[in-house]
Design a protein around this ligand. Structure first.
Ligand code: FPP
Length: 266
């Protein structure tokens, strides 16, 4: 995992214990704290496999996955990274067994209530992205509640993608743009890349600099399709419940050592 340590430098090993050491650990690895990504988006994959490998039900993996989100939120605050997005439930995930879908909906409802105070204390603004109006009423109500409770927080925006699909997001943006043209709010000639970005669920947020996917699959799975045009992708074999802050910092180190050219020559 810690590739620059494996290159044979002779520093004494950093013993990571808790999120408050995130910046120190990053410095130790050689991360430039002045050039951190502004937005990291996670594809939290491998919960089911992780749980099954321990002889547990898949749902145990999802429950354990929430703890990882909590830890990463703390690291984001210590590192001062302003936007984090997690893929909690895709528009395709409805195809899963009804018991698993039900478990996930309960888990979202329960997590919203349990985590709200700590998120607020940590300066986190929570925003759900996706077709949240299609979720069940109790969950919708809780989503509105936590979004309202945390709306004045400015330390970190935590986007939770729920009933989210990248293509549906673009369909929704086009629908809203055409509606606004019809009512004369905007003109057809106003359409450009910036305007389309403003009509996405992530309106006014920076695009992700880095996408981290756990558990080894090399695909995007309909995630933030418009926003990731120039994002760097980092995939680890680690399953989501085993993903740690040091591993995320390793991903940031690797990200900073890539040559991002945005189409320009070398
Ligand atoms: C993918 O692993 C994971 C999910 C579809 C659910 C992820 C949700 C959480 C971790 C809960 C987060 C909750 C909040 C409130 C932020 P998988 O089930 O596809 O794993 P597999 O590939 O091993 O089957």
């Amino acid at each position: 995992m810690l590739s620059n340590l494996q290159k044979g430098n002779n520093k004494t090993e950093f013993v990571y214990k808790n999120p408050s050491q995130s910046a120190d650990f990053a410095k130790y690895l050689g991360v430039d704290l002045n050039k951190l990504p502004k937005h990291i988006a996670f594809i939290m994959d491998g919960n089911g496999r992780w749980a099954n490998s321990k002889g547990q039900k898949r749902t145990f993996g999802h429950k354990s996955g929430v703890k990882v989100v909590k830890e990463l939120v703390k690291a984001f605050r210590f590192l001062n990274i302003p936007v984090m997005t997690v893929y909690a439930f895709s528009t395709e995930n409805w195809k899963r067994a009804p018991e698993e879908v039900d478990f996930l909906m309960n888990l979202f409802e329960e997590s919203i209530i349990k985590q709200c105070n700590e998120l607020k204390e940590n300066g986190v603004r929570v925003k759900f992205i996706g077709r949240t109006h299609e979720l069940r009423p109790k969950l919708r109500e809780r989503i509105n509640w936590i979004e309202n409770e945390t709306k004045d927080q400015t330390g970190l925006t935590l986007n939770v993608a729920a009933n989210y699909g990248g293509r549906t997001e673009i369909v929704d943006a086009i629908t809203n743009i055409t509606n606004d043209i019809e009512i004369g709010k905007i003109n057809k000639s106003d359409i450009n890349e910036d305007l389309i970005s403003k009509y996405l669920y992530t309106s006014n947020q920076p695009d992700p600099d880095l996408i981290i996917r756990t558990s080894g699959e090399m695909r995007i799975s309909n995630y933030l399709l418009w926003q990731i045009a120039y994002s760097e992708i980092w995939v680890t074999q680690t399953c989501w419940p085993d993903f740690t802050i040091p591993e995320m910092i390793q991903a940031i180190y690797d990200f900073q050592n890539r040559d991002r050219r945005f189409g320009k020559e070398k």
